[in-house]
Design a protein around this ligand. Structure first.
Ligand SMILES: O=P(O)(O)OC[C@H]1O[C@H](O)[C@H](O)[C@@H](O)[C@@H]1O
Length: 544
């Protein structure tokens, strides 16, 4: 094993000298390249063979994982240790999907009693609403659900409800997050208040966006249906049960969770209420089963076969060793179009840090910028830069082997062909000679081909990974999200940072609170920097 201080340096010099440079050659020299550089967990295939790694790279990465004690830290997380050291909290979102029901203890207490009780409460409520047993204030069936929440109280459920559209047989679901009044106003225009249930979702129940939107929704219900309709049309999800009660929500309509569930890891419990409303309690159970299966795999599989470990190690390699600062996540699945936004919070709020667990500055980079859009749409927008731009951006392709749509095979065949073709093109590229020959073969003169060919060169050797699963079922979605959660965890251990706090969101919130009266009255601009003062004065010149 590499000595402690040298692991990263060894990897860097390996990257410079011994790692594959010519991927076409790497494939043609080794017919087993795919077998050696891919792993499967049931129907979920992870192919990293188009990344510039070889056996030695993987050995060095495995050494690094050992050196950083990733396995022991993983076990500490699952066993309820307070690994979120800056907030002195356990990290137990995995308990929300602990389908074995074996005890999970946090500070000596088995959390599974509470987890199961909330899951049961969610099940009865959702099935009551879905069946029409639970009625509106006027005795009608609910047709629409509006989830009011932001960040982790919005992105996960919004992403999953869209992803699982083929299983959606409950009320229509809408999501309001932005403080911009346009969001709630446009949403309220699209629903009948008389048959709408509002879910106020906030871990802390203090988030200004959510509280403001909730008050606006409450007022709309009061105006349309009267104060007495509020209890029938509102429910809440939070860890701050006292604050929810103050809002006026009935105790049996409050769904709790715990401070050991991070906001961006919370869709497995009460924050998942809109998902359960949409697809029902049974299918929500399958969603949890999928995540639980990934948890078990993460805990048990040897590193080389362990999908979260390998995804984390490859991700770390690209960021910390190769110095690629972003990664693109491109689901070839329209229903996963909110996955990149969801992963942005999961990954960037977790690993976008520059202070290590022992309160020192990180010595190198930490988490990358995560971005993306669904394929094939991205191909007609930003893929130009992925193929020929000056930055190398590792791409993560995500695709299902089969579609839900019947009688539309050609759509899915084209989707798959495009997905695989993009990773092939990134890897293979096109040399100057090939570009030149293509042009002259078409009858172009040499001088014109000399001029045009350089524009048609693709450097190739651009890394991508591909994740393929059979079909986007609730189980497959749960498993995929848990894979990404654990990948973020693995990378955090390699960077030596705490993935579970988010102090970086605080300063902006504090300054917004201080600026609100200045924006409202125009008084106090003298204490501001000249840019902020001028911006305030400028907008005030437009407010009557
Ligand atoms: O669920 P809430 O307490 O309302 O928090 C909503 C979101 O806001 C915060 O600013 C955090 O950055 C997020 O991690 C969190 O998910």
């Amino acid at each position: 094993m590499t000595s402690k201080s040298n692991a990263l340096a060894t990897l860097k010099s390996h990257f410079e000298s011994d790692a594959p440079k010519d991927m076409r050659a790497a494939f043609s020299n080794d017919p087993k390249r795919f077998e050696k550089n891919s792993a499967r967990f049931d129907d979920l295939l992870f192919d990293w063979s188009k990344c510039a790694v070889n056996d030695q790279t993987l050995n060095l990465l495995e050494d690094l994982a050992l050196e950083k004690d990733v396995a022991a830290k993983r076990d500490a997380m699952f066993s309820g240790e307070h690994i979120n050291t800056t907030e002195d909290r356990a990290v137990l979102h995995t308990a929300l999907r602990n389908r074995t029901n074996l005890p999970v203890t946090e500070d000596g207490e088995d959390v599974m009693h509470g987890v199961n009780a909330v899951l049961d409460q969610m099940g009865s409520f959702c099935e009551g609403v879905r069946s029409g047993e639970i009625k509106t204030a006027n005795g009608k069936n609910f047709t629409d659900i509006v989830n009011i929440g932001i960040g982790g109280s919005d992105l996960g459920p919004a992403m999953a409800v869209l992803a699982l559209a083929p299983y959606h047989d409950g009320p229509r679901c809408h999501f309001v997050s932005n403080i911009d009044g346009a969001h709630i106003a446009d949403t309220l225009k699209n629903v009948q208040l008389e048959t709408t249930l509002f879910i106020v979702a906030s871990k802390t129940f203090t988030t200004i966006e959510t509280m403001t939107n909730a008050q606006t929704a409450r007022q709309a219900v009061v105006d349309a249906l009267g104060e007495e309709a509020v209890p029938s049309h509102f429910c809440a999800v939070s860890t701050a049960l006292d604050k929810v009660a103050e809002f006026g929500i009935e105790a049996d309509r409050i769904f709790g969770f715990w401070d050991w569930v991070g906001g961006r890891y919370s869709l497995w419990g009460a924050i998942g209420l809109p998902i359960m409303m949409a697809i029902g309690a049974k299918r929500f159970g399958k969603f949890l089963d999928g995540a639980h299966a990934m948890d078990k795999h993460f805990k048990e599989a040897p590193t080389r076969d362990n999908l979260p470990m390998m995804l984390g190690l490859i991700g770390y390699y690209h960021r910390a060793v190769c110095d690629y600062s972003t990664r693109a996540v491109i689901p070839y699945d329209q229903r996963l179009s909110r996955l990149p936004a969801y992963l942005q919070q999961l990954d960037m709020e977790s690993n976008g840090k520059s202070t290590t667990l022992d309160s020192q500055s990180t010595s190198g980079p930490s988490g990358p910028i995560v971005w993306g859009e669904p394929g094939t749409n991205g191909q007609h927008a930003f893929f130009q830069l992925l193929h020929q731009g000056t930055d190398i951006i590792p791409v993560e392709f995500i695709v299902a082997a089969t579609a839900h749509e019947k009688g539309m095979d050609v759509h899915h065949e084209l989707l798959l062909a495009n997905c695989f073709a993009q990773s092939e093109a990134l890897m293979k590229g096109r040399s100057l000679e090939e570009a030149h020959k293509q042009l002259t073969d078409k009858g172009m003169g040499k001088a014109e081909a000399d001029r045009l060919a350089p524009h048609k060169v693709f450097s190739g050797n651009r890394p991508s990974i591909t994740l393929v699963y059979e079909k986007l079922t609730p189980f497959a979605l749960g498993r995929l999200i848990a894979l990404y959660e654990h990948r973020v965890f693995v990378e955090a251990q390699l960077y030596g940072i705490n993935a579970f706090d988010q102090w970086g969101v605080e300063l902006g919130k504090e300054l917004a609170t201080a600026l609100l009266p200045v924006v409202q009255t125009g008084e106090g601009t003298g204490k501001l920097d000249s840019s902020t003062a001028a911006l305030v004065n400028y907008i005030r010149s437009y407010s009557g």
